[in-house]
Design a protein around this ligand. Structure first.
Ligand SMILES: CC(C)(COP(=O)(O)OP(=O)(O)OC[C@H]1O[C@@H](n2cnc3c(N)ncnc32)[C@H](O)[C@@H]1OP(=O)(O)O)[C@@H](O)C(=O)NCCC(=O)NCCS
Length: 224
């Protein structure tokens, strides 16, 4: 249960915030009750959270902030505790999205299953090219929501909503009138409430990687 009467503020994250963001991401996507073989894409790809994995991820986030001008990271902070409890990761595409797929497989040093990471993130990259690369011809300026995660102790009190609303408000201020994302089942109902609509679905067989079942991801867009 989240602490009572807390105030949550959402603001742009800096490089100093990347470790707490990586920690929230790791714990937020981690289901401690999950059994093996896992039915979770995150667990199959990365295994349980580790400190070294979070440090690596923090460095990766810094690298993205430095080298990708379209990347915008937001933190949700519980004011009373001064604690980062949520993470929203956006990319504001003010430049044309590449028409051709530029995905290249990576080593994923800290992952449990690099092959699963490449299948999952490669599929996400291809759908971005398919829907944003193509759509840009018709409608410029898209805000892509890539990461939305709230610390389990702070879920269900509006943190996710606040992270989405802040990103959308900033996008609107920059005249980005369209938005795109890839939703897990956990995020899907919230995105629907904000007006995102289904455009496609990607299914990944977790059985190939020692997990169980099929992991669905719904590609969604907002705006015409
Ligand atoms: C999905 C997630 C980000 C939602 O954040 P949150 O802070 O718990 O959500 P909020 O408290 O802001 O909820 C906002 C609304 O969505 C609803 N909602 C949130 N998650 C829901 C779910 N799984 N099913 C149905 N409704 C849900 C809430 O009831 C609330 O609706 P209301 O305002 O009408 O009461 C959070 O649960 C999370 O981090 N999950 C694990 C990581 C993850 O899967 N992220 C999504 C990746 S695409």
């Amino acid at each position: 249960m989240p602490p009572k009467n807390i105030t949550i503020s959402v603001s742009r994250a800096t490089e100093d915030d990347t470790l707490p963001l990586a920690q929230v991401e790791a714990i937020g996507f981690h289901d401690p009750t999950a059994e093996e073989p896992s039915t979770s894409m995150g667990r199959v790809m990365f295994g349980p959270p580790t400190e070294s994995g979070q440090s690596f991820r923090a460095q990766e986030l810094i690298q993205r902030m430095r080298t990708m001008p379209e990347v915008r990271l937001y933190k949700a902070v519980s004011q009373e505790e001064g604690k980062v409890v949520g993470f929203g990761g956006w990319r504001f595409y003010t430049e044309p999205f590449p028409e051709q797929d530029t995905w290249e497989d990576k080593p994923w040093e800290f992952a449990r299953n690099p092959q699963a990471c490449n299948e999952f993130f490669g599929a996400m990259a291809r759908t971005k090219t398919k829907y944003m690369g193509g759509q840009r011809v018709l409608s410029k300026n898209i805000a892509g929501l890539e990461i939305l995660v709230v610390h389990p102790d702070y879920q269900g009190i509006g943190v996710g909503k606040k992270l989405i609303q802040t990103g959308l408000d900033d996008a609107t201020a920059l005249a980005l009138d369209k938005a795109y994302l890839e939703a897990s089942e956990a995020g899907y109902p919230l995105y629907k409430k904000f007006g995102w609509q289904d455009v496609d679905q990607v299914l990944i067989d977790l059985g190939k990687y020692g997990g169980k079942g099929v992991w669905p991801t719904v590609c969604m867009r907002r705006g015409d």
